[in-house]
Design a protein around this ligand. Structure first.
Ligand SMILES: C[C@H](N)C(=O)N[C@@H](CCC(=O)O)C(=O)O
Ligand SMILES: [Mg+2]
Length: 356
């Protein structure tokens, strides 16, 4: 079953409201959807999401890398899955957002070829996962009302974006906790916005105020692994690495330095499922639980991540919410999202048909 074509299509969809972190504001989803076609007419889908600050990619660089990877894999046989994965990863370095799109389309095809939903091929641990929803970084009042709204829609875990103004970060978290009560889980993400000592001070204050924070994601600059370790050592709240861990080597280094308690896996950072599985294996060996996260992504790559999360027991937390941020989710198929639950369906592969 040879690969005979790869096509690209750009999507541009406005978000319901701008999504703010301490690093950037996003007001529309501008991603690239790909389709890989085999000689027997099977079609696999994938998605690339440019994140200039995390993977260094733009839409233009992704399109160029996709053309390059296409050239490298055209004519290769799906039955040599390992060979395909090695080719995707080794034909060009970095470009992990572009690689992720090709990787998920190949996994989609591979699962369809075996006539099984992807999560069953990857491990099939559960058929339903629960996601948090992210509270965009805004004025305190707006964050409180967004939190109340999210809870009223059925979300049981909120991921609060922080990292802009340290005094206000405590106030944001405290007021959200007061508004939603103790039964809702709160996790916070500083997106590298704090210095190590400052992070320790802020997190200890949250602990003293009994805000019951489940975890703190990426408190300090992504390359400051010693700083991450300092924070992890000096607070009780679990620390999660996000921007600090892109690939399996990063995960191994971070775990061996005891620089974080948890790892946030994102397909745009790993270059897709193939390397994400390697991080899962490393994490399993060391007993480090993982979250599966996302950037601004549509239902296609969110579905690929959801299949992986459903498959692996070491992925105990999900932050797969960006497909809920925009008005019209025009893609039929894939796992079903209902409030905070994402449920796998019994359709081979990722579960999409006729997207383009
Ligand atoms: C969208 C998701 N819930 C999320 O918060 N992702 C990122 C930041 C979003 C972005 O800038 O693309 C994260 O840091 O976890
Ligand atoms: Mg994060």
């Amino acid at each position: 079953m040879k690969i005979i074509d790869m096509e690209f299509s750009e999507i541009n969809v406005p978000l319901k409201k701008p999504f703010n972190t301490s690093v950037r504001t996003v007001d529309s989803l501008n991603n690239i959807i790909i389709k890989i076609v085999t000689e027997n007419g099977m079609v696999g889908y994938g998605e690339a999401s440019p994140h200039t600050f995390v993977t260094g990619e733009t839409n233009g660089s992704i399109l160029a890398a996709l053309k390059y990877i296409k050239h490298a894999i055209l004519g290769m046989d799906m039955e040599n899955f390992e060979g395909l994965m090695i080719k995707i990863n080794n034909c060009i370095s970095k470009n992990t957002g572009a690689k992720a799109a090709v990787d998920m389309a190949v996994y989609d095809l591979y699962a369809q070829y075996q006539n099984k939903p992807l999560y069953k091929i990857l491990g099939g641990y559960r058929n339903q996962i629960e996601t948090d929803v992210t509270i965009s970084l805004n004025e305190v009042n707006e964050m409180v009302s967004d939190s109340i709204d999210a809870v009223s829609k059925g979300f049981k875990t909120l991921k609060i974006k922080l990292g802009m103004d340290h005094k206000l970060d405590i106030k944001r978290t405290k007021e959200i906790r007061n508004a939603v009560g103790k039964s809702i889980k709160l996790r916070v993400d500083a997106n590298q916005g704090w210095k190590p000592k400052e992070a320790v001070k802020i997190i200890r204050e949250m602990e003293d105020l009994d805000l019951d924070i489940e975890l703190v994601e990426q408190p300090v600059y992504f390359q400051d692994i010693d700083g991450m370790a300092f924070v992890t050592r000096n607070v009780h709240t679990p620390i999660m690495a996000d921007e600090s861990v892109h690939n399996p080597i990063d995960a191994l280094n971070l775990i061996q330095h005891r620089a974080a308690d948890l790892i946030n896996i994102k397909l745009i950072k790993t270059g897709g499922i193939y390397n994400a599985l390697k991080i899962c294996t490393i994490a399993e060996v060391y007993g480090v639980e993982c979250m599966i996260g996302c950037t601004n992504e549509s239902k296609i790559s969110i579905s690929a991540a959801a299949h992986l999360a459903a498959a692996k027991s070491i992925i105990t937390k999900c932050d797969l919410d960006s497909h809920l941020f925009y008005e019209n989710d025009s893609f039929d198929g894939g796992p079903l999202t209902n409030e905070n639950k994402i449920t796998m369906v019994n359709i081979p592969g990722l579960g999409f048909k006729n997207i383009f």
